[in-house]
Ligand binder design. Structure first.
Ligand SMILES: Cc1ncc(COP(=O)(O)O)c(C=O)c1O
Length: 417
């Protein structure tokens, strides 16, 4: 019996069916301990942008570990790779003059962002601006702040009282956002949290014009706009950030995952001058927030090597091309008998939605989706709506795209039979 308590798992079911132990990865593929090969349709948990098995990242982290693996960066301390990484992230940030606060992952970044925005308003003399607005279907990680911001209802149930002053709006309606801000009073609202493409909630790309309209609503109401780019950053949407692509100029960007392609745990909050200036000005005092591994030297070295790969191999441009070919390749699956919709078209992000009527009629179906895909050599997972997540590494070749679609089709055929 396993001692490992898996995250996001029904452990009784895991014990009954057994675990799957992955041993190795290379490019767009992973292998289990039995030697079975799978096409990684999800890039791990949306993170392996440069693909698996990149020795350059391992070598960079190892070399830094031999020099100085880690040291605190509290107060005035820093280290060379962390200083370089923060310069590099500031240079690619969509807002000029940004500053970079490093964390250990996406949930940390969201927690940091909620504290930053509330403290920002407090420093600015408006401590009553505490309300955080989340979107329906949103996923912002599982720390207490992220759980409070969960638009996926089940993710927030059973924990008692979470953060106060959190309000939900529809996921696709900027006019509704404006109405909610007006109703609460802009002078009470701190920030709006927005995934440019809703990810774990089921991969819902933004309706045409939505992101810019929501951004305008926030700007007019003086509400801080936070782009949660934990999934969409670092090439996944064909640019360094989806915010760059859509010209959003967010007040804060939260990111993680693709910044190291998952080789090491790292997150960041990138703050525009509008937010960092009051914190950095004389008299603001200490921002009493930070983590043991904020600015971890070996992690920063790994991140720099990952950014080099993204840049040197032209993976942002490659992602833009893959966005089109992936959409085209998956489109015919929409006609499959058990599929109701294929969503995608913004970035290398898609979802094959299993027909909700079929899911309602056969409650065992959702549990059979992933095993069927694995039998056909495709590693994926089911998202909140019962859709299959498709977010492969950005290095996916044309032949691997064909492997992905034919494996998915074979799995769907099995499930229909
Ligand atoms: C949009 C978004 N925000 C935050 C997070 C949380 O990141 P982490 O799991 O690294 O804490 C995720 C994770 O998938 C995410 O998709």
């Amino acid at each position: 019996m396993t001692t490992y308590w898996h995250p996001f798992a029904d452990m009784s079911a895991v014990q009954a069916a057994g675990e799957l132990t992955l041993a190795r990865g290379d490019g767009s593929h992973v292998w289990d301990t039995e030697g079975n090969r799978y096409l990684d349709a999800t890039a791990g948990l949306w993170f392996a942008n440069v693909g698996h098995g990149r020795a350059e990242i391992a070598d960079a982290a190892a070399a830094q570990m031999r020099q100085l693996a880690a040291y605190s960066t509290f107060g005035d301390l820093t280290n060379p790779p962390t200083a370089m990484l923060s310069d590099r992230l500031a240079a690619i940030a969509p807002v000029e003059g940004s500053k970079v606060f490093l964390t250990s992952g996406g949930s940390d970044s969201i927690d940091t962002a909620t504290k930053m925005v509330r403290r920002y308003w407090s420093l600015a003399g408006y401590p009553e601006r505490t309300v955080l607005i989340r979107r329906e279907r949103a996923y912002h990680g599982m720390h207490t702040a992220g759980t409070s911001l969960a638009g996926i209802r089940a993710n927030a149930e059973g924990y008692g009282g979470l953060l106060a002053d959190v309000v939900e709006v529809g996921w696709d309606d900027a006019a509704a956002l404006r109405a909610v801000i007006d109703e609460i009073g802009a002078d009470r609202v701190a920030a709006f949290f927005c995934e440019p493409v809703l990810g774990a909630g089921g991969v819902f790309p933004p309706p045409e014009g939505y992101l810019n309209a929501a951004r305008d609503v926030c700007r007019e109401a003086g509400v801080l706009f936070i782009a949660d780019e934990v999934i969409t950053g670092f090439g996944r949407c064909g640019d360094w950030f989806a915010s760059t692509r859509f010209g959003l100029e967010p007040d804060l960007i939260t990111c993680a995952k693709g910044v190291t392609s998952g080789y090491l745990p790292l997150g960041a909050v990138i703050a525009a001058p509008s937010v960092w200036e009051p914190f950095w000005s004389e008299g603001a005092g200490m921002f009493r927030h930070g983590y043991t591994y904020s600015g971890h030297a070996a992690v920063s070295a790994g991140a720099l090597a990952n950014l080099d790969i993204l840049e040197n191999e032209g993976l942002l441009v490659r992602a833009k091309a893959l966005e089109g070919s992936l959409t085209e390749a998956l489109a015919p699956l929409e006609r499959h008998a058990i599929v109701s919709e294929v969503r995608g078209g913004t970035g290398v992000l898609a979802a094959v939605q299993i027909d909700p009527d079929r899911l309602d009629a056969d409650p065992s179906l959702v549990g059979r989706l992933v095993p069927a895909c694995r039998r056909h050599g495709i590693m994926t997972r089911a998202l909140a709506t019962g859709a299959l997540q498709i977010s492969p590494p950005l290095v996916l070749t044309d032949a691997e795209l064909e492997e992905l679609t034919s494996g998915l089709r074979a799995a769907l055929d099995d499930l229909e039979a």
